[in-house]
Write a protein that binds this ligand. Structure first.
Ligand code: ZN
Length: 290
């Protein structure tokens, strides 16, 4: 009996130890919290955000909106992107101005994608890297089959790999409340437990959809809340048996080649998209607290 219990425990531990996650941040140089956009504030926030990854040599990724750097100019943004690259980040395109494909023509949207490449290609080329990844604003991928196909074709022709999200959450709501003094302490208490509830939900969803836990991809935003609480967030993942992997490694998993035909105005986790393609009943992740 004791042997059985030990064997089960070891099996559970080895299962947990296999967990993999990619940490990704959208809306560089700052998004989702309405905080200060002065050059110094942006520099400090971004440096603090990448520090835990740089010091532990962890892979991570950032998606850039070049058009959201008006306060710091092109050279200011170049400096911040180099802070991320120095820390070991993979950088991808998140469009120039964060348009919504639901209310933008495909022609205007794709022009915005191209406009959002200019500085990125330069800073990457200086390190002999190529621009590879694209993340859809709002995770919106097209509300009609024609738009979805047209956008996917455009991205393929421009040699982009789409960067899906599986751990989808509402960090931006917490980040926004965090900049208001009366909510600050409550957000500090409730943010990591909320994210853990999301992680737990999608671990189970992955097992329902694929029969196993796939390498997951977490969506966060570049903001002060994540800069301040990243060490606690990484500790939460470690305690659940996660190692941190790159987008490139995670996307090698066969799950990311699974078909999905999600056509909607909504932007949801790819686990929901694959669940729908497999005819599984709909299920929603936990809501953030009021
Ligand atoms: Zn975004």
């Amino acid at each position: 009996m004791k042997l059985v219990a030990t064997t089960l425990l070891l099996a559970a531990l080895s299962f947990a130890a296999d967990r993999k996650v990619v940490i990704t941040f959208d809306d560089l140089p700052r998004g989702g919290d309405g905080g200060s956009r002065t050059p110094e504030a942006l520099r400090q926030m971004n440096k603090k955000l990448v520090q835990p990854f740089a010091s532990a040599k962890l892979p991570f990724a950032g998606f850039v909106n070049e058009g959201h750097a008006t306060g710091i100019g092109r050279e200011g943004l170049r400096e911040i992107l180099n802070v991320w690259l120095d820390a070991g980040a993979t950088l991808g395109n998140h469009t120039y101005s964060h348009p919504d494909i639901n209310n933008t023509s495909l022609a205007d949207y794709t022009a915005d994608v191209v406009k959002g490449e200019a500085l990125l290609r330069e800073v990457l080329a200086a390190r002999r890297q190529q621009l590879k990844y694209f993340r859809h604003p709002f995770l919106h991928t097209g509300a009609t089959p024609g738009t979805k196909l047209g956008l996917a074709d455009f991205l393929r022709e421009h040699k982009y790999t789409e960067a899906p999200v599986t751990f989808d959450d509402a960090d931006y709501l917490f980040a926004n409340a965090y900049t208001k003094p009366k909510f600050r302490e409550r957000v500090r208490r409730e943010y990591v437990p909320y994210l853990e509830s999301i992680v737990s939900f999608f671990e189970q969803r992955s097992v329902e959809v694929f029969g196993r836990e796939i390498p997951q991809i977490l969506l966060l935003h570049a903001n002060q809340l994540n800069a301040d609480l990243m060490p606690e967030l990484l500790a939460m993942f470690r305690a659940r048996g996660y190692t941190f992997v790159s987008l490139e490694e995670a996307l090698k998993d066969a799950a990311y080649g699974a078909p999905e035909n999600y056509v909607s105005t909504k932007g949801v986790s790819w686990l929901h998209r694959w669940a729908q393609a497999k005819g599984l009943p709909e299920k929603n992740e936990p809501d953030p607290p009021d």
